[in-house]
Design a protein around this ligand. Structure first.
Ligand SMILES: CC(C)(COP(=O)(O)OP(=O)(O)OC[C@H]1O[C@@H](n2cnc3c(N)ncnc32)[C@H](O)[C@@H]1OP(=O)(O)O)[C@@H](O)C(=O)NCCC(=O)NCCS
Length: 166
């Protein structure tokens, strides 16, 4: 199965072991890790584990972690994907390199992931969990048309959970 997702400006493809150094640098940047991993600096081993889990998940279920690049470039601009949210279902998550903020890329990539999940993959719903202090991410889920359904405590303060149903 072809897991490539194309949008107007972006190409999303499953991450591979060759992306390890780029992902480690991207996710450990202070502005990116703050809300994505509660500030934790991922180790090289953890990044290896995330890539391996994603590869297994694409093979078994058709989704995992996509690397985002612009159509006319091979550079990593960010990541988007689906991951389990407790035992509630799958949440969409996304990150962009700070140089790529403010262009609509996160919304464009996350929309492609959500529509792939609810369309071809046939999932009944997609969730999101966003720190209330992460205004840029709150704006992304609102642009995706997701609906807030509960607030839960998090390490950095309250987090809002959202869903979009098929
Ligand atoms: C969350 C994150 C991805 C949001 O990035 P972002 O660039 O603000 O979001 P988008 O890519 O959707 O861009 C939206 C902005 O681009 C602007 N924009 C410019 N050109 C645009 C275009 N052609 N189309 C759409 N929007 C455009 C929008 O107006 C909007 O600007 P605003 O924030 O001033 O209103 C980014 O802050 C990030 O990577 N944070 C670290 C990781 C993280 O926290 N992830 C979420 C965990 S829940």
């Amino acid at each position: 199965m072809n897991h490539l997702l194309m949008t107007e400006r972006l190409v999303l493809r499953p991450v591979t072991a060759q992306d390890h150094a780029g992902l480690l640098a991207h996710w450990t940047g202070a502005d990116v890790r703050r809300f994505l991993f509660d500030g934790e600096i991922l180790s090289a081993e953890e990044v290896t584990g995330i890539i391996e889990d994603s590869t297994l998940s694409f093979a078994a279920a058709g989704h995992g972690l996509w690397l985002i690049r612009e159509k006319d470039s091979s550079d990593l601009v960010g990541t988007a994907g689906l991951r389990p949210l407790d035992d509630l279902g799958l949440e969409v998550f996304y990150s962009l390199a700070p140089a790529a903020w403010g262009k609509g890329y996160a919304t464009e990539a996350a929309r492609a992931v959500v529509e792939h999940a609810l369309g071809p993959l046939g999932l009944p719903e997609v969730l999101a969990e966003v720190d209330e202090g992460n205004a840029a991410s709150v704006a992304v889920v609102e642009r995706l048309g997701m609906t807030a359904f509960e607030s839960v405590p998090g390490l950095l303060g309250p987090m809002t959970r959202y869903r979009r149903v098929r």
